[in-house]
Design a protein around this ligand. Structure first.
Ligand code: IPM
Ligand code: MG
Length: 352
């Protein structure tokens, strides 16, 4: 097949990890006879430096014209005081592309058991869950601002969800669960928040369309505790933008390293955006130390979810797993190799 992939390397370690994933994608194209055309555009701090804005209109246009987008990372101290911060670009492009569902799989690789933050007896029961995070609504996009209250200056952010926003992301969670262990756990704060009550109503009603899927509901504080105590109980976690941001970092810690956690952001079309869930790690930038695996696995998700190339996705995932099994990796997972060398090892395992 032919596909147009737009890369957005961004800041910090972004360019290095994107370069790794592109090398792996090129190898995949060669091995399976596909034609991937790669384009590149500016985002984040790099875009601020070049154009003054973190998300230039040309970048949005290029993303709309691509079949899928591969993002590195954005942000860094350098732009902390910029009028519009690099992170705004991330939120902006998610919104522009209508990517309302963010899939963050957390699967424990056998070789990384020792790197998990949890005790062996917990980890031995296995961890294989996916957080489905709502990505274009809630408090990230709600009304916000400053105002003057009785005691002076106040700042506020609002959490607001419409039924339609809840339903469309819930459908993605249910459909995913149908292909997995058929369990969805809705994570919310319905004992306090009105928006959570609407989530419960909409998600419960929708369960009728997915009768083979069991729906559980859990308050977010308990969910955080359960992820640390008994993560094997979860299959698909469905949650809001803010709770999903927080819990997915926790799921990264329990599977060993945020350096191996990929993600896919999807919407109404197959044009998805794929990125590691970690940030730009400015202190590691340019040092060939960053773990490329999260971005490489994100590229595998792209092949599966945007291009329907299951075998190709698996070939990458297997090569990553075999690399880890061989005890090879970057420092964050206890290895001694650099970014490029880990990428070489993964590619070497795709030759067969
Ligand atoms: C993530 C990140 C972003 C988010 C930040 C950088 C805005 O933490 O993708 O999880 O909160 O969505
Ligand atoms: Mg985050």
């Amino acid at each position: 097949m032919k596909a147009k992939i737009l890369t957005l390397p961004g800041d910090g370690i972004g360019p290095e990890i994107v370069a790794s994933a592109v090398r792996v994608l090129k190898r995949t194209a060669e091995k399976f006879g596909h034609e991937f055309a790669f384009g590149e555009a500016l985002i984040g701090g790099a875009a601020i430096d070049a154009t003054g804005a973190p998300l230039p209109a040309e970048t949005v246009k290029a993303a709309h014209e691509a079949d899928a987008v591969l993002l590195g990372a954005v942000g860094g101290d350098k732009w902390d005081n910029a009028p519009v911060r690099p992170e705004a670009a991330l939120l902006g492009i998610r919104k522009e592309l209508g990517l309302y569902a963010n899939l963050r799989p957390a699967k424990l690789f056998p070789a990384l058991k020792g790197a998990s933050s949890l005790k062996a007896e917990i980890v031995d029961r296995g961890i294989d869950l996916v957080t489905v995070r709502e990505l274009t609504g809630g408090i990230y996009f709600g009304e916000r601002g400053y105002r003057t209250g009785a005691y002076g200056r106040e700042a506020y952010d609002t959490e607001s969800y419409s039924e339609i926003e809840i339903e469309r992301v819930a459908r993605i969670a249910y459909e995913l669960a149908e292909k997995r262990s058929r369990k969805v756990c809705l994570v919310d704060k319905a004992n306090v928040l009105t928006s959570s009550k609407l989530w419960r109503k909409v998600v419960t009603d929708l369960n009728e369309d997915y009768p083979s899927v069991r729906l559980d509901m859990m308050y977010v504080d308990n969910a955080a505790m359960q992820l640390a105590l008994a993560p094997w109980q979860f299959d698909v976690l469905l949650t809001s933008n803010l709770f999903g941001d927080i819990l997915s970092d926790l799921t990264a810690a329990i599977v060993g390293s945020i350096g191996v956690m990929p993600s896919a952001s999807l919407g109404a079309t197959t044009v998805g955006m794929y990125e590691a869930i970690h940030g730009s790690a400015p202190t590691l930038a340019g040092l060939d130390k960053a773990n490329p695996i999260a971005t490489v696995l994100s590229a595998a998700m792209m092949l599966r979810l945007s291009f329907d190339l299951e075998e190709e996705a698996r070939a990458i995932e297997t090569a990553v797993e075999n690399t880890l099994d061989a005890g090879l990796g970057t420092a964050d997972i206890g290895g001694t190799l650099g970014t490029r060398a880990v990428t070489d090892e993964i590619i070497a395992r795709m030759q067969a």
